[in-house]
Design a protein around this ligand. Sequence first.
Ligand SMILES: *[C@@H]1O[C@H](CO)[C@@H](O)[C@H](O)[C@H]1NC(C)=O
Ligand SMILES: *[C@@H]1O[C@H](CO)[C@@H](O)[C@H](O)[C@H]1NC(C)=O
Ligand SMILES: *[C@@H]1O[C@H](CO)[C@@H](O)[C@H](O)[C@H]1NC(C)=O
Ligand SMILES: *[C@@H]1O[C@H](CO)[C@@H](O)[C@H](O)[C@H]1NC(C)=O
Ligand SMILES: *[C@@H]1O[C@H](CO)[C@@H](O)[C@H](O)[C@H]1NC(C)=O
Ligand SMILES: *[C@@H]1O[C@H](CO)[C@@H](O)[C@H](O)[C@H]1NC(C)=O
Length: 543
Amino acid sequence: IRMENITQISREDLEELREAFNRIDIDNSGYVSDFELQELFREASFSLPGYRVREIVETFIAGDTNKDEKISFEEFVSIYQELKSKEFSESFRKIIARKDGIRSFGGMSGISSEGTQHSYSDEEKVAFVNWINKALDKDPDCSHLLPMNPQNDSLFKSVRDGILLCKMVNLSQNDTIDERVINTKKMSTFTMTENLVLALNSASAIGCTVVNIDASDLMAGKPHLVLGLLWQIIKTGLLADIEIGRNEALIGLLGEGEDLDHLLSISPEELLLRWVNTHLTNAGTQTIRNFSEDIKDSRAYFYLLDQISPKGEREDELAVIIDMSGLRERDLNQRAELMLKQAARMECRQFVSPHDVTSGNSKLNLAFVANLYHMHPSLPNNNVDPDMHIEAESREEKTFRNWMNSLGVAPYVHHLYRDLRDSMVIFQLFEKMNVSVDWKKVNPSPYPVLGANMKKLENCNYAVELGKEAAQFSLVGVGGVNLNEGSSLHTLALLWQLMRRYTVMVLSDLGEGQKIGDQIILNWVNTTLTQGRKNTQITSFNV
Ligand SMILES: *[C@@H]1O[C@H](CO)[C@@H](O)[C@H](O)[C@H]1NC(C)=O
Ligand SMILES: *[C@@H]1O[C@H](CO)[C@@H](O)[C@H](O)[C@H]1NC(C)=O
Ligand SMILES: *[C@@H]1O[C@H](CO)[C@@H](O)[C@H](O)[C@H]1NC(C)=O
Ligand SMILES: *[C@@H]1O[C@H](CO)[C@@H](O)[C@H](O)[C@H]1NC(C)=O
Ligand SMILES: *[C@@H]1O[C@H](CO)[C@@H](O)[C@H](O)[C@H]1NC(C)=O
Ligand SMILES: *[C@@H]1O[C@H](CO)[C@@H](O)[C@H](O)[C@H]1NC(C)=O
């Protein structure tokens, strides 16, 4: 870039360009990626013929002398000059402004259609930063990063060395990561990448879906990916003890005349809703159906807080009497603020701002409630039969479940056996290991009310057929009916072989086709198992 190019632009223009550039350069790296620029061009093409845009982008990429696919401010200015046609630069600026608008007003997240432009929610960023600041406050390994400023983009810079993510995974599920394997000193790109890979692998081990994200995305601090991963990690931790297998006191939520099987089959989110509604019913007020529309007026929250606040019954606890006068406040934002002040007295002002309540942000409100549950469960113990005992999830079951969830199967598998009863997830697993599934033979959900189980059973029969014929698994004595009944023995027999096939496939890919024997995998599984539960070992895959 020659200097005379730049001096042709007026000082005002230059300042404006600098501002625009800084807005695209979300992480303040001093560069924007060429793909980001291309997206902007693509969007602007209505005012400039398509061939012109392609030409410009190609010229630019060809001329990107250092081929780093990054565009510095100076390069940006020269592109702008090439495009000085008034019409074009105006629409270009409009798009830059819009991009910024999405970011500062929030309300959107995830991948937009076509994946051309990624937006993210500012509310989520603020909520997660506050949460992490508190959660890792005392961890000396994070003192160089914390506290982060929730108002700027320091989160996206702070995740780069991987330490913060590793710590958050470990916090979500105790002891997932060994202290000694995180690099904390002599940080270089290499050690940072190691940490990030460790964080991704561990996140996947606790059931987060990480198929669309790699260490370089995190290193680059791509906001939508960082927030997406953090949400999964935080949510896993928040919902961890809302599962009957892990917390038998939840049986107290059993409705009258309801059988335990039903309670076992519902997701943690639904259980949480039921927990809220149990308390609302006890308070004699209306129940809620979700964490968006129905909580906007703070009414449910006031009553919930009042029900669960400490009553000073134990010697070591101070009673917190909830001030309900906020219910009379007309302005919903102020009412939400008064409610959150009460939550703060219980040390539970987390995740939501008054605006997140009144706008019904379901993600953040779920987190707020999950944390309330975590801090003040106050479960009723009316229905608990002392003889009722629920088998806790075993280490192997959890390993299978996390494995399939990390591959991004849908719907998310909460219960290994119950959630596989229609074999939909099994079909997805087959596809992931190149066993082709004839979807014409599969009955899709939702199933008809009448005969639903017949449809599911047909699916299971087909899954077993695929396993025996297409995948050549050894499935002696396993029938569709066994999977449909949720028989652990038979389901595990199939899952072992699926996971083995998958692991061999991945390992061979890594080892450039080198054959990976059962022995290597068995050793790995053996080690994994013995770390957890001493009495489980496997000697072979033969079933
Ligand atoms: C964010 O603000 C803090 C001050 O609160 C500052 O130290 C930090 O450098 C800022 N980070 C970014 C990425 O702007
Ligand atoms: C994790 O560890 C903390 C402190 O060591 C403990 O309070 C908490 O109950 C543990 N959580 C689980 C799920 O084991
Ligand atoms: C992970 O959590 C456990 C307690 O739950 C703690 O003892 C251990 O030090 C943590 N590991 C790291 C790397 O912070
Ligand atoms: C929440 O429930 C209300 C009815 O109370 C409904 O109108 C709304 O669509 C629901 N929202 C979601 C996200 O399910
Ligand atoms: C699976 O199929 C995909 C696409 O059909 C192919 O690229 C890949 O190499 C296959 N993998 C194996 C292990 O056969
Ligand atoms: C797994 O470990 C047990 C006990 O340590 C051992 O007897 C068994 O042979 C091991 N299995 C394999 C496949 O290495």
